[in-house]
Design a binder for this molecule. Sequence first.
Ligand SMILES: C[S@@+](CC[C@H](N)C(=O)[O-])C[C@H]1O[C@@H](n2cnc3c(N)ncnc32)[C@H](O)[C@@H]1O
Length: 210
Amino acid sequence: MSSIHGGNIYEGFSYANYPCDIAGWGGDSAAFGELIAGVRPGLIIEVGSWKGASAITMADALKAGGLDGKILCIDTWLGALEFRLDQSDPERFKALDCRHGYPQVYFQFLANVCHSGHQDRIVPFPIDSAAAALWLLSHGVSADLIYIDGSHEEEAVYQDLLDYSAVLRPGGILFGDDWEWSGVRAAVERFAREERLPITRCHDKWVLSN
Ligand SMILES: C[S@@+](CC[C@H](N)C(=O)[O-])C[C@H]1O[C@@H](n2cnc3c(N)ncnc32)[C@H](O)[C@@H]1O
């Protein structure tokens, strides 16, 4: 927390102003608990956190397993292409909660973490995934488990896979959401083929182990 933010970002945040709203996609999957029980991670990195559903599920699993692991949540909290395609979409464009044209959904994420009591486990890093990967590499950070759920566009997902496989510790697990999105599937299949890695499934998630 302090190496990214220089202090405790939860301090003084009035989360009562934001009622708990953990709407998201694929955040309650049984895969999180199973993978966490198997890997027993010290550090989990999540690329794409939105309102925190998956991060909170993972924090619950760490706590339930008596593990002291932390979760670094990387997101711009600006949405992605699909959040900008339909201004009437209550789950995406409207949920960005734009004020004067700029999304405020980060504060809902922060409040959800506080409502769930996981301020000691979850650290947000509001930056794009490529820059975050460079920051992590330059600071010698490696993670045991990395969840990819940011962009759904093929080239961007492929770049996330390249960037975050470099951040994964040897023997760690890279997994992700949205196999049914053609861009995600094409990127995962391309990366797996090039790296000669098997693609397996854990419930609704795709999994790559190195
Ligand atoms: C599908 S949502 C994540 C859902 C979340 N895991 C959940 O449990 O509900 C995708 C998120 O990725 C973020 N995102 C998309 N592209 C990104 C990028 N290049 N860098 C950082 N965040 C990105 C968006 O802001 C959005 O919050």
